[in-house]
Design a binder for this molecule. Structure first.
Ligand SMILES: [Mn+2]
Length: 346
């Protein structure tokens, strides 16, 4: 937990290795990255890495700005996974592994598309060490008297735990709550949960167990948000290499802190995005809307992480998602690929 560097900041959404998008957005924000000159401090909401073409370059650029004292960055779930050495879809550039199982994902064109590949620059041993050293310095949340920034969810208990932890390590180690291998009668196996060819059914006992594992862990709540069972009436979806029997829960509807809160993680869409469906947490939310009881919450992740799929299908990458910055306190949005800026609806 740290204080924000200023009262006027530019808050940048999830970058996911899209180095060209980041350079273009920084230019539009009046940033001279090489000399570390900014119009106002930059705040990155995390998920700098994975899926895009050059995560190494993105981390190096952000590290340069942070160490120069003109930027801050909170930890995202993708960084958290690298620190814990968890193999995940799209992080083969850092933890070499075979990306995804062969075969077609049952519901088509999305981030779980197992036909898509990740032609990312591989990190060298030296770069991996340097990246880990930097990620280990990142706070999980930032705040001022008027503004809060976190990657996924501002959960008051978890924030308190972060404030009181002596070190990042001790905070992360609060992890194991229950045994992840606990046998649950009739539940699909871990192998089945990852196999796109098996149609997994909703299983309440497993879902309840998974919800406990997710929602009782402070670092997980802050970096990947609270979840809830989808229930027996919805079909599990295959996403990012796994069947999902949980869904994200819109925590901002119960957020009672009157300060604004800006976060990434939830893949919202610009109206011109050529993507199927809509993220379920944003069902009744317009593309520029603030959310929550006081219109205090804003998600600045406009899904630049989908560009790898558009590229894979030979489409214009910027037709799928974009990299955005929210200029605070004006609450205007700047995108990496558009000259126009947009006023958000508070
Ligand atoms: Mn995320």
């Amino acid at each position: 937990m740290q204080k924000l560097l200023g009262d006027r900041v530019d808050i940048i959404g999830d970058v996911h290795g899209e180095i060209e998008g980041l350079r273009s957005l920084l230019a539009r924000l009046g940033v001279d990255a090489e000399r570390a000159r900014v119009e106002r401090p930059l705040v990155f909401v995390g998920d700098l890495v994975d899926r895009g073409p050059d995560s190494v370059a993105v981390v190096e650029l952000v590290e340069h700005l942070v160490r120069s004292g003109v930027a801050q960055c909170v930890l995202g779930n993708h960084e958290f996974n690298l620190i814990r050495e968890k193999v995940k879809q799209g992080n083969g550039w850092f933890i070499p592994h075979e990306e995804m199982k062969a075969g077609r994902s049952p519901d088509g064109w999305h981030a779980g598309d197992s036909r898509a590949s990740f032609p990312s620059r591989q990190a060298t041993l030296f770069e991996r060490k340097r990246i880990l050293d930097f990620l280990g310095t990142l706070p999980v949340a930032l705040e001022s008297d008027a503004l809060r920034v976190v990657h996924a969810a501002w959960a008051q208990d978890a924030v308190e735990e972060a404030r009181q932890s002596e070190s990042l390590e001790s905070f992360f180690e609060s992890e194991v709550v229950g045994d992840p291998t606990v046998p649950i009668h009739g539940a699909p196996s871990f192998a089945e949960m990852e196999d796109p060819h098996v149609m997994v059914k909703f299983h309440d006992g497993l879902a309840q167990h998974m919800v406990r594992m997710q929602n009782s862990h402070a670092a997980k709540i802050l970096t990947s948000g609270p979840e809830r069972p989808i229930g027996p009436h919805k079909k599990p979806r295959y996403l990012a290499g796994k069947w999902r029997i949980l869904e994200r829960s819109p925590w901002w509807d119960a957020d009672q802190d009157p300060r604004a809160v800006v976060f990434g993680h939830y893949w919202r869409r610009r109206p011109d995005a050529d993507l199927p469906g809509k993220a379920e947490v944003f069902e009744n939310v317009g593309p520029w809307d603030w959310m929550g009881p006081h219109r205090q919450a804003f998600c600045v992740d406009y899904s630049v992480g989908y560009r790898f799929i558009a590229r894979h299908h030979g489409k214009n990458p910027s037709s799928s998602g974009a990299l955005a910055a929210l200029r605070w306190p004006e609450c205007t949005l700047v995108f990496d690929d558009l000259d126009e800026s947009f006023v958000t609806q508070r």
